[in-house]
Design a protein around this ligand. Sequence first.
Ligand SMILES: CC[C@@H](C(=O)O)C(=O)SCCNC(=O)CCNC(=O)[C@H](O)C(C)(C)COP(=O)(O)OP(=O)(O)OC[C@H]1O[C@@H](n2cnc3c(N)ncnc32)[C@H](O)[C@@H]1OP(=O)(O)O
Ligand SMILES: [Co+2]
Length: 134
Amino acid sequence: MIGRLNHVAIAVPDLDAAAALYRDTLGAKVGAPQDEPDHGVTVIFIELPNTKIELLHPLGEDSPINGFLAKNPSGGIHHICYEVDDIIAARDKLKASGARVLGTGEPKIGAHGKPVLFLHPKDFTGTLVELEQV
Ligand SMILES: CC[C@@H](C(=O)O)C(=O)SCCNC(=O)CCNC(=O)[C@H](O)C(C)(C)COP(=O)(O)OP(=O)(O)OC[C@H]1O[C@@H](n2cnc3c(N)ncnc32)[C@H](O)[C@@H]1OP(=O)(O)O
Ligand SMILES: [Co+2]
């Protein structure tokens, strides 16, 4: 079902500092900050040769990453995103297997303009999983 690793997301308490670390210390290609109000986050994508890093910072009081940063004040790996060809087929198969699809269960448009869904970390060995239809 799953295909390529689209991105690894890292929640950070200071977006500018994290961007500078990747750009200046690690020499990576760092994009511009992008507000995603539908998701309650501001993101910066870092292009690597084989995948992307998504730096995540809370946008608003209801951000889904507020709790994560409260528990991990220095930041940390928040989720991994796998590509799928058909997100509805993937969702229905996962639900039938007992996995919890987060939110309304309907895909939302993600940072790349494509449909995304999230799967509960407790159903995936402690890792929050995002699916993105490519
Ligand atoms: C920019 C758009 C998009 C893209 O295109 O890339 C994005 O990436 S948006 C990214 C942000 N959006 C989301 O994360 C949406 C889905 N997330 C959620 O619905 C919630 O964050 C959550 C996963 C249900 C967690 O909710 P929360 O209220 O913060 O925590 P709980 O207390 O309910 O946690 C229960 C349990 O799970 C553990 N947990 C929480 N978050 C994670 C995580 N990221 N990775 C691993 N485990 C996580 C938490 O520690 C709790 O465990 P226990 O302490 O053992 O009970
Ligand atoms: Co993501």
